[in-house]
Design a protein around this ligand. Structure first.
Ligand SMILES: [Zn+2]
Length: 459
């Protein structure tokens, strides 16, 4: 059994070299959405695989998909010990607009206790947190306390296009007792946070038609339907005066928050003013009876994301547009189902379309919401591990956004997905000037050390 103090002091000793290793990996521009960077994504996968092989993994492989490869490795130390599956990704977001970067995106630079560069926090740094913790056990303590499997995909930033195929194909290999994903952010600086809920999504194109061509607004205005007017009325009717969505059946599957959950959310040090200011908003808005965090994390939404119709140029042009269209998205919460919501949205528009107008509802894509089974003992274990590293109580948080791969992993492994993220809310993950807090990186490695140690006592 590894001596934990020795493992932790190894982490302290190697602190700078762990940063240098991250810099080396981040120099590989593994932009998965760019055809030109296809070779770089592969180089990134091979770089990681070499690192994992140097740590004496018992098996490793480049897992091919139809596009970018994933990396797989395992350290099977003892079949009687629990097995942890770690998920991460090695691909990164594009870098444009390049002029806004203060230092070159693929030449990571250390400033103000942060490492600036594409991929530092999303997600190469978070992958290396685990790799470094594994190294610390092996070289600092002599052995790993649990079996570890690691899958690091190369397509997360393009929607994990082939992750489901991969997980089906390698189902036996990927079986584990616990699953941890490190690809999210903490609630705030120094507040260790486990993300336990994600919203899903359903996305639509709505088109209202009434005429076969744009018509003269003098000759026909007031005598036929105007699709733009009709769409505006339909949209206005989607929410009632309390901000609730009026689509029949929309809330049928929405889980009510428990008193305990509401208390937990209310206790978080949420700076509403700063949150509003971050997008220049001057007032909160939304469904009556809920706090802002409750609205953003635990309630479904329906929002227009784009609107177009008729004449869009400068100056006047008197036409009745032939059609009007809108992009519409719903953020979904447990247990809403995107396909079911798609049927309800379609039925609503067909029912309320005025005579003389036809409505087309095109369901573009969807993703399921996720809610972690927080009564599973692994959540208490993770809380304890995280708290030991950061010296602060660990909080449960949710995220208003959607991370489709979490549902894929949870469904395919049949295990709860522990979202133990080490990012910061303002770390510019998909924007210019992405950065990783180096103190978080260091404490993240220690959190992983404590987590593996705690998990070793579960069998
Ligand atoms: Zn990510």
């Amino acid at each position: 059994m590894a001596d934990l103090d020795q493992v932790l002091s190894y982490v302290d000793r190697e602190r700078q070299r762990f940063v240098a290793d991250l810099v080396t990996w981040c120099r590989i521009p593994s932009i998965s959405s760019s055809e030109q960077h296809r070779g770089e994504v592969r180089r990134s996968a091979e770089h990681l695989r070499e690192r994992l092989m140097a740590l004496g993994c018992t098996t490793s492989a480049i897992l091919e998909t139809k596009l970018h490869p994933a990396v797989y490795a395992e350290w099977m130390v003892d079949p009687s010990k629990p097995t942890l599956l770690i998920y991460g990704h090695h691909d990164v977001q594009p870098i444009d607009p390049l002029p806004e970067w203060h230092s070159p995106p693929f030449e990571p630079e250390e400033r103000e206790g942060r490492l600036w560069g594409r991929g530092t926090v999303d997600d190469k740094g978070q992958v290396l947190i685990h790799v470094n913790a594994i190294e610390a056990f092996l070289r600092g303590g002599g052995a790993l306390p649990i079996n570890i499997k690691m899958i690091v995909e190369g397509e997360e930033e393009i929607g994990s296009a082939h992750l489901d195929d991969l997980m089906q194909e390698h189902r036996d290999r990927l079986s584990a007792d616990f699953v941890v994903v490190s690809d999210t952010a903490m609630f705030g600086r120094g507040i260790p946070s486990l993300c336990v809920g994600l919203r899903g999504i359903a996305y639509f194109d709505i088109t209202v038609r009434a005429l076969t061509m744009d018509a003269h607004s003098g000759s026909f205005g007031g005598g036929v339907q105007n699709p733009a007017n009709a769409l505006a009325r339909l949209i206005a009717g989607l929410h009632d005066e309390n901000g609730a969505i009026t689509i029949a059946g929309f809330y049928d599957r929405v889980r009510t928050l428990t008193e305990g959950e509401r208390k937990e959310i209310a206790a978080l040090p949420f700076d509403e003013k700063a949150w509003l200011a971050s997008v220049g908003a001057t007032a909160v808005a939304g469904e009556k009876g809920y706090s802002t965090l409750e609205r953003v994390w635990t309630r479904p939404t329906l929002d227009i994301n784009g609107l177009s119709s008729g004449f869009q140029g400068k100056g006047p042009k008197t036409v009745l547009p032939a059609f009007a269209s809108a992009k519409l998205s719903c953020r979904l919460v447990p247990d809403q189902d995107p396909r079911e919501i798609a049927k309800l949205v379609e039925a609503h528009f067909q029912k309320h379309a005025p005579a003389g107008c036809s409505v087309e509802v095109d369901y573009l894509h969807g993703g399921h919401p996720y809610l972690a089974p927080t009564d599973h003992p692994v959540y208490e274990i993770a809380k304890r591990a995280f708290t030991r590293a950061f010296g602060q109580p660990t909080v449960f948080i949710r995220e208003g956004g959607s991370i489709p791969f979490v549902r894929t992993i949870a469904d395919r492994t049949g295990k709860p997905c522990l979202l133990m993220g080490f990012g910061q809310p303002d770390e510019n993950a998909h924007a210019p000037n992405e950065w990783l807090d180096l103190e978080n990186y260091h404490l993240g490695i220690k959190s992983a050390v404590y987590l593996y140690d705690e998990l070793s006592r579960t069998k």
